[in-house]
Design a protein around this ligand. Structure first.
Ligand code: ASP
Length: 580
């Protein structure tokens, strides 16, 4: 037996017992007559003491054990003379009677501590060492617990865990596919799934009315911050359900996860129409931990001689409560902030609602005190508040003001990490007009069902058709999304028409699904959650990378493996692939 206990489990009640531990050397302290070794494993750290007077040979051996050596220590659990209340095992130590070096270690390239001296690249190159650090290990263990709790909940609701293939066929919709050449079929390629979407729908046709899978998805996207080319979804689908059934079931899942992981009983989730989310917060994933909704001023402010306002589509603002004392410098700072290329606005108009009831604005030349009073009323602003206004094209201005709202929320401390506000954003548009390609794209994906009451608009005003599509948003982060699906062949085929597929293209790419719809497809719908994202939310971290054992870096590289990498000439030849 390598060990009788782990390095995290011994307590006062074990005093007097003979035990054996195995683990890694966290650190060694040599105090002349005594040598202390902190032995670490996944469960914790235990202090081992070697006494020169009692066994000098053993003590010498312990002194030689460097950081990260793997040791097996046998000894007796004794009470510590100076207890360490910060360590779960801090009441005891091990008086060693035997020591076996199971393996030596080179000095690690960075310290295996929470506050490590290793930079990101170095830690990723030696990720197996990075994973020994407690905070990284805790994240991976959190991921395990969230996965286990997900399975427990879904299993208890009668869901079946069913695997779907990774080698599938490439389709042009959505993001770019990763492709895999087939040796046996020269010049032909598989694609890795961007999600199991069509398979889970086929499983509904097959009669497995509740499906889930915690599975990898692959998207060859231009990497934005915190995207991974492969990521994990909790993918779910149900048959014979309406939207309401799905919302309830998966609200249940998220509440269960919060209970298990955080001990929090969440109240019923709020719901918001997509249109309202855009109008009030300029985002389809508003952070509702704080208010600060938009007010539109367009009708109030145009025609007063201020060309900037007169020449634009939309003039919208927010009320930053209690910020009227912002200095010139702070206001200039905010103006620069909205002018950054990421935000892209031309300027920022402000109105200070002074304590004495007067107003001071950056547009005093054009607007009287009475005008500004009317603005303030629109916002419900009180003396002491600061109104911030952006103007421009509606879509862009909403987006920019949404960012400014988040920034102000952050500055005002309204986005507390320990507060969780969950929201369903509902009734998304079915389609989205794409200026570049001059055609409609599916806002969610081409299998999303239009709302039955909007079906008659599908030919006349396709942009106005709403879908039974929903996103779950927690603290401004989209954690999941799904929809009720089309299950009728005719409608699915009309949808492909709308999206600009020819009959032949639709048949070649999705014939299997439309074919299945001809054999008794039940009404169905589902949802998928970003599992990595959920874990980072529970872990209170911003990056999903911290919750993946072996993540890729921001350029999509695995720096440990040094992948992607070229392959052998011979391999290419076998695959009949010629490089440019
Ligand atoms: N397959 C969808 C996605 O990956 C989710 C869903 O509609 O269930 O976004």
């Amino acid at each position: 037996m390598y060990r009788t206990h782990t390095c995290g489990e011994l307590r006062s009640e074990h005093i007097g017992q003979a035990i054996t531990l195995a683990g890694w050397v966290q650190k060694t302290r040599d105090l002349g007559g005594m040598t202390f070794v902190d032995l670490r494993d996944r469960y914790g750290i235990t202090q081992v003491v070697f006494n020169m007077d009692e066994d000098s040979a053993l003590c010498e051996q312990a002194r030689k054990a460097g950081r990260e050596f793997v040791l097996q220590v046998t000894g007796e659990v004794i009470e510590r003379s100076s207890k360490n209340p910060n360590m779960p095992t801090g009441d005891i130590e091990i008086k060693a009677t035997d020591l076996v070096v199971l393996n030596a270690s080179k000095t690690p390239p960075f310290t295996i501590e929470n506050d490590t001296d290793g930079g990101e690249d170095l830690r990723m190159t030696y990720r197996y060492l990075d994973l020994r650090r407690q905070e990284v290990r805790d994240n991976i263990m959190l991921r395990h617990r969230v996965g286990a709790a997900t399975r427990t909940y879904l299993n208890s609701q009668g869901f079946l865990d069913i695997e779907t293939p990774f080698l599938i066929k490439s389709t042009p919709e959505g993001a770019r596919d990763f492709v895999v050449p087939s040796r046996m079929n020269e010049g032909q390629f598989y694609a890795l799934p961007q999600s199991p979407q069509t398979f889970k729908q086929l499983l509904m046709v097959s009669g497995f009315d509740k499906y889930y899978q915690i599975t990898r998805c692959f998207r060859d996207e231009d990497l934005r911050a915190d995207r991974q080319p492969e990521f994990t979804q909790i993918d779910c689908e149900m048959a014979f359900v309406e939207q309401e059934d799905i919302l309830n079931t998966f609200e249940g899942l998220i509440r269960h996860l919060f209970q298990v992981e955080k001990g929090i009983d969440l109240p019923k989730f709020e719901r918001m129409q997509f249109d309202d989310a855009m109008r009030l917060y300029g985002s389809d994933k508003p952070d509702i931990r704080f208010g600060m909704p938009f007010s539109e001023l367009t009708d109030l402010v145009q025609g007063k001689g201020f060309v900037v306002f007169d020449s634009v589509e939309a003039i919208i603002g927010i009320n930053a409560k209690g910020c009227a004392d912002y200095t010139r410098k702070q206001l200039d700072g905010l103006t620069d902030w909205v002018k950054r290329p990421q935000i892209g606005m031309k300027g920022l108009v402000y109105v200070k609602c002074n304590a004495d009831g007067s107003f001071k604005s950056s547009v005093d030349k054009f607007y009287s005190q009475d005008d500004l009073k009317a603005w303030a009323e629109r916002f419900g602003a009180q003396p002491g508040d600061l109104i911030l206004v952006l103007a421009g094209d509606l879509h862009k201005t909403r987006k920019a003001l949404g960012e400014l709202r988040l920034e102000m929320g952050e500055r005002l401390g309204l986005r507390d990490k320990g507060t969780y506000k969950c929201l369903w954003v509902m009734d998304f548009p079915l389609l989205e007009w794409d200026e570049d390609t001059e055609r409609y794209h599916a806002m969610h994906h081409p299998f999303t069902s239009p709302k039955p009451e909007d079906l008659d608009k599908i030919d006349t005003a396709p942009g106005e058709v709403k879908a039974n599509a929903y996103d779950m948003v927690i603290n401004g982060v989209e954690v999941g999304g799904g929809s009720i699906r089309i299950h009728d062949r005719g409608l699915q085929s009309r949808m492909f028409d709308l999206l600009g597929f020819s009959k032949e293209e639709a048949q070649a790419q999705f014939g299997f699904l439309m074919g299945a719809f001809e054999y008794g497809a039940p009404p169905h719908g589902g949802i998928a959650f970003g599992f990595d994202r959920l874990c980072s939310l529970f872990g209170g971290a911003d990056s999903i990378r911290d919750f993946i054992a072996f993540p890729k870096n921001n350029s999509g590289r695995d720096v440990m493996l040094d992948a992607p990498a070229p392959v052998d000439e011979a391999q290419l030849k076998e695959l009949a692939i010629q490089l440019r």
